[in-house]
Write a protein that binds this ligand. Structure first.
Ligand code: DX5
Ligand code: ZN
Length: 216
């Protein structure tokens, strides 16, 4: 499988969302990455259900919903109802991770776990075979446009080994500080899905940048 590109709408123009969604529809991007922040789990607040519902109306590609919220169990069903195709929850934000993952899968939504930069991939050893994907944060969550953390490469390799060892089908997604300069090395290390916010929406020609990220 060639790697997938998931532009993060956090860096889109919120006053012209429809235009940015259509741009992604017409690009080589694979998924829409949707960052939900609650001002508690992370220091920032982004957007919620009405905005995701509006995005879904125009989006022709899967919605990859990254929940940076405490106690996400309270809202899983509602995220499904507004159009999530993939839901990822933070390892650091739930107590009964196994139960939360089962709940997402029971909604017929792909389920993933997100790891903050300090969280060791080995903590997924007993759940990796249940996961559709693992999202490795390559910045501390909360904001777009931050600097990529170099330790991410070794986390990807460790996770890749764990996935093999446990015969898991989980995809490896990486999020934060990704662009033309580091995408090759990330794919070589084993990343399957690459999120890019600032690199796409801050570019003079986003369509062209997405093509470069996809086929570099
Ligand atoms: C950070 C978010 C990211 C962010 C990525 O908390 O999870 O998805 O939008 O943005 P860039 O690519 O600009 O680092
Ligand atoms: Zn994200």
């Amino acid at each position: 499988m060639s790697h997938l590109i998931a532009p993060s709408l956090l860096s889109a123009d919120f006053a012209n969302l429809e235009q940015d969604i259509k741009m992604i529809n017409n690009s080589d991007a694979d998924w829409f990455h949707i960052d939900v922040m609650d001002g508690l789990f992370v220091p920032n607040i982004s957007f919620g259900f009405p905005v995701i519902k509006a995005i879904k109306k125009h989006a022709k590609k899967p919605l990859d919903v990254h929940l940076m919220i405490v106690d996400p169990d309270r809202y899983l069903e509602e995220f499904k109802n507004v159009g999530a195709d993939i839901i990822t929850i933070h390892y650091e934000a739930v107590t009964h991770l196994h139960r939360s993952i089962q709940k997402i899968k029971s909604l017929n939504v792909k389920a993933g776990v997100v790891l903050n930069p300090h969280t060791n991939v080995i903590l997924l050893e007993d759940i990796i075979s249940e996961l559709d994907l693992v999202l490795i944060m390559s910045v501390n969550p909360g904001y777009g446009g931050q600097k990529f953390i170099e330790n991410t490469y070794s986390k990807i390799s460790k996770l890749k080994n764990l996935i093999k060892q446990k015969n898991s089908n989980a995809l490896i997604e990486v999020d934060g500080g990704i662009g033309i300069s580091n995408i090759n090395k990330l794919v070589e290390a084993g990343a399957d899905v690459l999120v890019a916010g600032n690199a796409v929406f801050g570019a003079t020609n986003p369509i062209d940048t997405i093509k470069q990220l996809k086929y570099l």
